[in-house]
Design a protein around this ligand. Structure first.
Ligand SMILES: [Zn+2]
Ligand SMILES: [Zn+2]
Length: 337
């Protein structure tokens, strides 16, 4: 068994280790692939050192095969292809008790607060494991976690067929939100400043505009002046928040997907004037994982277009250094059946 440890300052160290035998209620997974997420890049750049420390196996966008079962596990079998929903909740706080354990007050994220998937053998609670079925390509299955984020965002936005939707920011998550919203039957438009990303949006068939050169009035015109029923803010900058609020329809919903590390300003008068709703959306529920597996399985999500690079774990440093260039870089971790 081998594992990649983040040791601080953009460095990783590959170390041999011993596979952790699964305890009661746990399974050991032979990890096949693990995608590099925006959060992992934050870790790499040192922005989360206080949280992860300097000897942490990161990674959560994974796929693999069940290698061993702990006592009491009857729902899974050795050899099944699986992914992990990397959320540890306490079960006792007000959010957990209300049935919102994905936003547990003490939520522990596997791959940040405890060791994650950038290791050949990962032992996790069986309750977090989702089967992807024997026919799914394990490379594609490494996209289930980010697709589940998009499924949750679209669900939170209550997107329905025929609605006008604007996605502000076309990074990996913005792209997935746009694809899932379109699958729901909405008319989806994209606002993106980066030329490469705009080109990908156009390739996928989305009308796209650059908000630095297109006025919000011109954007409103694309909906006949009505405004967008749902706007997803996936850019995390003040201008994106301004745009999202400016182009929301009467009784429109603005879904805040981006992580704003500083408080952003919001034109609250507009919320009053047009009865706009602001909706938070964080991680996912089990049903979002089920939907993501379905959408990847039937090709609604074009996995081959999204995965721009697959890099062996031995070259993890190069993979992280170049990850910003494409849409999604995937690490090949262990045996790929
Ligand atoms: Zn992620
Ligand atoms: Zn809790």
């Amino acid at each position: 068994m081998r594992a990649a440890y983040y040791i601080g300052n953009k460095n990783f160290q590959i170390e041999p280790g011993n596979a952790v035998p699964p305890g009661a209620g746990e399974v050991r997974i032979d990890v096949a692939y693990c995608g590099i997420c925006g959060t992992d890049l934050h870790v790499y750049h040192g922005a989360m050192d206080r949280r992860v420390g300097d000897h942490r196996i990161i990674g959560h966008e994974m796929s693999g095969v069940v290698g061993a079962l702990g006592d009491g596990i009857t729902s899974l079998a050795v050899g099944e292809r699986v992914v992990v929903r990397p959320l540890g909740s306490c079960g006792e706080c007000p959010a957990c008790k209300a049935g919102h354990d994905h936003i547990c007050h003490k939520l522990k994220f596997l791959g940040l607060d405890s060791d994650g998937a950038m290791q050949t053998s990962w032992t996790v609670p069986a309750a977090l494991v989702h089967r992807v079925g024997p026919s799914m390509d394990l490379r594609h299955a490494a996209l289930v976690e980010p697709v589940a984020v998009a499924c949750h965002d679209v669900r939170r936005g209550r997107v329905s067929p025929g609605e006008d939707v604007l996605v502000v920011g076309f990074g990996p998550i913005g792209m997935l939100v746009a694809l899932v919203a379109r699958h729901t039957g909405a008319n989806v438009r994209v606002a993106e400043v980066n030329e490469d990303r705009s080109r990908i949006a156009a390739t996928l068939g989305f009308p796209v505009c650059n908000p630095q050169t297109t006025s919000s009035e011109a954007l409103l015109e694309t909906t006949g002046g009505k405004g967008f029923d749902v706007v997803f803010e996936v850019a995390g900058v003040q201008q994106a928040t301004d745009l999202a609020v400016a182009v929301a329809a009467a009784r429109g919903r603005v879904v805040m997907v981006a992580i704003h590390s500083k408080p952003a300003q919001i034109d609250l008068f507009r919320f009053f004037w047009r009865e706009v709703e602001l909706i938070g959306a964080r991680v996912y529920r089990p049903e979002d994982f089920d939907e993501a597996i379905h959408l990847l399985g039937d090709g609604t999500i074009p996995a081959n277009l999204i995965i721009t690079e697959t890099v062996d774990l031995d070259y993890i440093a190069d993979a992280f250094a170049g990850a910003h260039k494409g849409m999604k870089t995937i690490l090949a971790i262990g045996e790929q059946s």
